[in-house]
Design a protein around this ligand. Structure first.
Ligand SMILES: Cc1cc2nc3c(=O)[nH]c(=O)nc-3n(C[C@H](O)[C@H](O)[C@H](O)COP(=O)(O)OP(=O)(O)OC[C@H]3O[C@@H](n4cnc5c(N)ncnc54)[C@H](O)[C@@H]3O)c2cc1C
Ligand SMILES: NC(=O)c1ccc[n+]([C@@H]2O[C@H](COP(=O)([O-])OP(=O)(O)OC[C@H]3O[C@@H](n4cnc5c(N)ncnc54)[C@H](O)[C@@H]3O)[C@@H](O)[C@H]2O)c1
Length: 448
């Protein structure tokens, strides 16, 4: 059996951060992955997705300006786009492995299974370590409906050689909205079937309403409170059966995409053997991101039951775990607001409290909510549906929430994040001199 100071399971943003930091401090480190090295974000998530979004943006922008100086709406050649996407993703495993090897980290391929509190099996190898970090991310949740195996997940969507004509998404969160927008801009007819009253749960309801309006305006069909009961294969196509308002319906499709949420990827790890407790949202950890039931084990990233499953948080949590392994438990996870964007056209970006959450907390907030299609930044590109909402504590003048819908919002939200993190008062941010005309210069008009 080989022994290490640290074994990391998972080579994504979280696992990489821990392995590299601990190795840099001179410890012996092994890292394991069951898939090609590099994790979700760079190969199957954020980065390839945003390449596809880049093309969808061109279609959107040219469609908006057709007849206003642009003569033709751009069209997407799906096969070429996927080839372009591959130029980002194909090299990731080799580059990742080379970097780890150069750093002196030992690599193991295969699915890791716990044998005891501090030992792991991967393939035919048995490994032991003083500390083991679980950074295994998430996988699509099981839906328990007949025909579930007919759905494809986001990974396979981004590998499609051809884009089918009619697509249904089961679920109405990030993946549904982003992929529906890409597919619609590439010419497909898309239906989103979402089980709840509000899609994109967690985002401010007024801004989500505006985004839904924008998505419907480009032909995306969105059904709320739809309970998908079965996916059936017919001789030529697929049929998605669902219930809505007490009636039964069926939507025909060439492709059905799983966009109904992801859960901690722990099923095959035999966590029982290590005495590692798992809850509904993933591996249960304390404020130091250490398993409460097995102190040799830490968890970080999407698989841990802390925070949202987003890349910046995975790296942040990885850095906390590395610090605590090297120095004893010192750094704690803080639940600071994190900016996030749904990369639709237009994008929806958000940080902090929604209006509903602020009201529930009884905060004395000043709320500014406005549709901004007649503002210069929107008119210049003829973007038809845009808006913002800001929430400022009336007593402290601190910004407690910002929600932006419109081109550029994915970057502008970071200025709100900086102001909130460093406690810049709303008046001071609103009085900043920003380059004009930019998306950021609109901040001056978004704060009381
Ligand atoms: C389609 C999509 C788009 C996204 N877009 C964004 C975005 O725009 N912005 C954003 O912030 N976030 C986005 N995310 C979320 C983001 O990708 C994740 O939050 C992030 O990648 C999590 O990193 P991680 O290190 O926790 O896990 P991962 O990167 O998922 O790494 C976990 C690794 O563990 C491996 N593994 C699992 N089980 C085992 C086992 N038993 N043995 C060995 N290895 C194992 C897996 O193969 C995987 O490589 C997106 C996610 C998806 C699916
Ligand atoms: N831009 C980004 O940052 C980005 C993009 C993609 C994914 N992600 C991350 O990946 C995670 C997973 O994405 P996702 O879109 O799969 O999940 P999600 O949690 O964002 O949305 C899934 C939605 O589907 C609904 N749903 C669940 N079961 C259903 C069913 N049977 N029928 C109909 N609707 C159902 C849920 O109510 C939920 O609102 C996200 O939580 C996010 O953190 C982030």
């Amino acid at each position: 059996m080989q022994s290490f100071d640290l074994i990391v399971i998972g080579t994504g943003s979280a696992g990489k951060t821990v392995a590299e930091t601990v190795r840099e401090a001179g410890k012996s480190v092994a890292i394991i992955d069951k898939l090609p090295f590099g994790g979700t974000c760079s190969q199957r998530g954020c980065d390839p997705k945003k390449v596809l979004v880049g093309a969808a943006e061109i279609v959107a922008r040219s469609a908006q300006l057709t007849g206003r100086g642009i003569t033709n709406t751009a069209t997407i050649n799906w096969a070429d786009l996927i080839q372009f996407k591959k130029t980002f993703t194909d090299s990731i495993p080799e580059k990742t492995e080379k970097k780890f090897t150069d750093q002196g980290i030992q690599l193991f391929h295969g699915a890791a299974t716990f044998l005891s509190a501090t030992t792991i099996r991967v393939g035919d190898e048995e490994l032991s370590a003083n500390h083991i970090v679980i950074a295994t991310g998430q996988r699509p949740q099981t839906l328990n409906i007949p025909g579930e195996e007919l759905l494809i997940d986001s990974t396979r969507f981004m590998e499609l050689a051809e884009l089918p004509n009619e697509i249904v998404t089961v679920g109405g969160g990030y993946i549904a909205f982003e992929f529906a927008h890409i597919a619609a801009r590439a010419g497909a007819k898309v239906t989103i079937l979402h089980q709840g009253k509000q899609p994109l749960e967690g985002f401010d309801a007024d801004l989500v309403d505006l985004l839904v309006k924008a998505m419907r305006a480009i032909g995306i069909f969105i059904v709320l409170e739809a309970k998908v009961t079965e996916v059936e294969k017919t001789p030529a196509r697929l049929m998605v059966h669902y219930e809505h308002g007490g009636e039964s319906y069926s939507a025909e499709a060439d492709l059905v995409v799983h966009a109904a949420g992801r859960v901690a990827d722990v099923a095959e790890m035999a966590l029982d053997a290590a005495g590692v407790a798992i809850g509904k949202k993933g591996v249960m950890v304390n404020e130091y991101l250490q398993s409460a039931s097995n102190p040799a084990v830490y968890a970080c990233g999407d698989v841990a039951d802390k925070g949202l499953p987003l890349t910046p948080l995975a790296s942040y949590e990885g850095s906390i775990v590395a610090h605590n392994i090297l120095n004893g438990n010192q750094r704690t996870y803080t639940n600071d607001p994190v900016p996030t964007t749904v990369f639709t056209g237009p994008p929806l970006a958000s940080i902090g409290l929604t209006e509903e959450q602020a009201r529930q907390q009884g905060l004395p907030v000043k709320v500014m909510f406005q549709e901004t299609a007649d503002w210069y930044v929107s008119r210049r590109i003829n973007e038809p549906i845009t808006g913002f909402k800001t929430l400022v504590d009336a007593e402290t003048d601190q910004i407690v929430g910002a929600h932006l819908l419109g081109s550029g919002s994915e970057d502008v939200i970071n200025l709100f994040a900086m102001a909130m993190k460093h406690k810049i008062p709303a008046k001071a941010l609103g009085a900043m001199l920003f380059a004009y005309p930019t998306h950021a210069s609109d901040i001056n008009s978004m704060l009381p």
